[in-house]
Design a protein around this ligand. Sequence first.
Ligand SMILES: Nc1nc2c(ncn2[C@@H]2O[C@H](COP(=O)(O)OP(=O)(O)OP(=O)(O)O)[C@@H](O)[C@H]2O)c(=O)[nH]1
Ligand SMILES: [Mg+2]
Length: 288
Amino acid sequence: MKSGFVNIFGKPNAGKSTLLNALIGEKLAIVSHKVQTTRHRIKGIITEKDYQVIISDTPGIIESKYKLHERMMKAVKDALEDADLALLLVDAKEDPKESDTIFTELKLKVPAIVVLNKIDIVSQERIKELTEFFTGRDYCKKVITVSATSGINKKKFINSLLEFLPEGQPYYEGDDISDLQTKFFVGEMIREKIYELAQDEIPYQTTVQIREYKEKETLVKIVADIIVQRETQKVILIGEKGSMVKRIGTEARKSIEAFIGHKVFLELFVKVKPHWRESEAQLNELGY
Ligand SMILES: Nc1nc2c(ncn2[C@@H]2O[C@H](COP(=O)(O)OP(=O)(O)OP(=O)(O)O)[C@@H](O)[C@H]2O)c(=O)[nH]1
Ligand SMILES: [Mg+2]
């Protein structure tokens, strides 16, 4: 059988997480209109009779400003190392030169497919122009065009990857669709609502730590800390009479219930940990 790692790379906001979700058919990775949403490598596993494809979403490639960024770029580097095939995702609305520079600097040792995304919001002319731009680049074996939000023909997409994957044994047994635990996804779903509801810099200064995850008879009880860097951010995230954290909690609970298929009781606390993004010890403890 064909078996291998197909890892997605690209600038922040290109739609990497949206593409992973579309291919797996489950919401594994959180998505937002803000940049730098994804902070970890997230694997989705597709197992069929004659192939196993492990698709990885990665953080958008950026210059590191904080230790947190360094951890994010380490996730990208790890994914570069074990890839059998790279999917280089491009936002069709954006200037292709920036992506081209990034892809060249990756110095890929494996074949790569350039995937032009968001073709639903550009003209045919533009798609043609971009296809020509990337065709013939050293790193590019072929160009595929998609709209990750408008539905992808999964079978056709996966089939176009298989020719680049080696013959081998499956890496994962059973019918799991990811290697990560439910707890991770729960934290991410809370973080997604913060990206949706909090303004400006706050999402970037925030992380989530799950303190308790208990399966009871009728529901799952989850206690989580929303961690920020400053007292002022804590005040904003709590909101007037707790309105903000309540809204985050309600929205996140709905996503979590849909994901685990169980009723959930979710309790959120907002805590300050100054400079958590800069501390190796805290980043370790917070799962980065
Ligand atoms: N119109 C349109 N929007 C899209 C498409 N794919 C993704 N988006 C939107 O683009 C934004 C970014 O999507 P993400 O999947 O979070 O992007 P990402 O590459 O994972 O971003 P980071 O995690 O920050 O690196 C979201 O608002 C998506 O809804 C598409 O095909 N068409
Ligand atoms: Mg993402």
